[in-house]
Write a protein that binds this ligand. Structure first.
Ligand code: SOE
Length: 379
């Protein structure tokens, strides 16, 4: 079978997470075409070569346009910062390449719309790396909701808490800290962290009609890592919003990089008519489940250790009881993308789904400015 030749742009944190997934997927999931790590692309030739050597890419490029022009590349994987997603994705679509793009899809929703139209016009398979959908416990939550086990949903509550930018000495811009530079990231925690919470929420609980938000930038000026100059900080350090879902449920969302003691505490809780679910990234292989229909004498919160072959993705891994972790969610995403190619049923989240998340984050940022409820446009 013809191999699927990957060309990756970017060699940072996500470049590693994606490459690990490409390498592992064929060992654990049946693939109808082998994956070949054909080329890695980055501006710094020495660093790109070192990355290529570590992960087994056959060649390197220092210009993404050359990567896209190569006839031996089938899929462009965008693992570069947010401000270059659109340009690369649109060029890759025009060249007829499949595209995987790191989240958030774009700097803002208008840009995400142009990207979505480009991939749809070119009819190229596309997906956004919202990996948390594919943590088995989160996928199990989706299964339970879709089976109607919660009944009518009343509440959705999500938060994503970190604490790595509290010091005013953390710079903005440059490798590792571009997430603090609005001209590269688009926004702060709204696009970086809340985007994850929103993607999961839209998938589990349907569309959001309107939001009312507040944001804050606690450190107003930071040195720029590239220029050395102190510059105004343009990102939101913290962001919280209330939302109304189309199914009538009420929601609260919060994200911050100022919650001392929390490194990546992504949690959500959903309260339905019959049952509640809650999940915590720091304990990612567990799903907490409360079912009011249980007999009264044993009724209570149940902590499900999601590691059994009957549970999502787990039959592909070890024996029951042995859990998996963060990196496996990326492996699952590649496996599902490839299964979608084979079946003709594209795996989600597609660019259009990524656009839906960007429309919510845009409405959140708009509401934080207007101090009013803002309607969320449909993707
Ligand atoms: C930021 O620290 C970050 O790395 C996000 O960019 C990722 O998307 C999130 O999964 C973990 O935190």
């Amino acid at each position: 079978m013809k191999p699927l030749n990957i060309g990756i742009v970017g060699y940072g944190f996500m470049g590693r997470a994606h490459s690990n997934a490409f390498r592992k997927v064929g060992n654990f999931f049946p693939l109808d075409r082998p994956i070949v790590l054909k080329a890695a692309c980055g501006r710094d030739a020495a660093k790109t070569q070192a990355f290529a050597d570590t992960w087994g890419y056959e060649s390197i490029e220092t210009d993404w346009k050359k990567l896209i022009a190569r006839a031996d590349i089938d899929l462009i994987d965008i693992a570069a910062p947010n401000n270059v997603h659109a340009e690369i994705a649109i060029a890759a679509a025009k060249a007829g390449k499949m595209i995987l793009c790191e989240k958030p899809l774009a700097m803002n929703a208008p840009e995400a719309l142009v990207m979505t139209k480009a991939v749809e016009k070119a009819k190229v398979p596309n997906m956004v790396w919202y990996n948390y959908r594919r943590i088995p416990a989160v996928t199990l939550a989706k299964q339970l909701i879709d089976e109607g086990k919660l009944g009518k949903i009343f509440h959705y509550r999500a938060k994503f808490l970190q604490d790595w930018t509290i010091s005013a000495d953390v710079p903005q811009g440059g490798p590792g800290t571009w997430r603090l530079d609005a001209s590269v990231a688009g926004s702060g925690v709204t696009g970086d962290l809340l985007a994850h919470c929103i993607d999961t929420a839209l998938w589990l609980n349907g569309s959001i009609d309107k939001v009312t938000a507040m944001t804050e930038t606690f450190v107003k000026e930071r040195q720029h890592a590239l220029t050395g100059k102190k510059q105004k900080v343009g990102i939101d350090d913290a962001s919280a919003f209330l939302a109304r879902f189309s199914n009538g449920s009420l929601a609260t969302f919060e994200a911050t990089r100022y919650a001392r003691g929390h490194k990546a505490l992504y949690t959500f809780e959903i309260n339905g008519e019959h049952a509640s679910i809650s999940w915590d990234l720091h304990d990612l292989h567990r799903l907490q489940w409360f079912d009011h229909r249980d007999p009264g004498i044993v009724r209570g919160w149940r902590s499900i250790h999601v590691s059994d072959g009957d549970q999502p993705y787990m039959k592909n891994w070890w024996v029951p009881g042995l859990q998996i972790g963060y990196e496996h969610s990326f492996v699952h995403q590649v496996a599902d993308f490839l299964a979608g190619l084979a079946s003709g049923q594209p795996a989600a989240p597609t660019f259009r789904d990524g656009l839906a998340t960007d429309l919510v984050t845009d409405a959140v940022l708009k509401s934080a400015k207007s101090q009013r409820w803002e309607k969320v446009k449909r993707a």
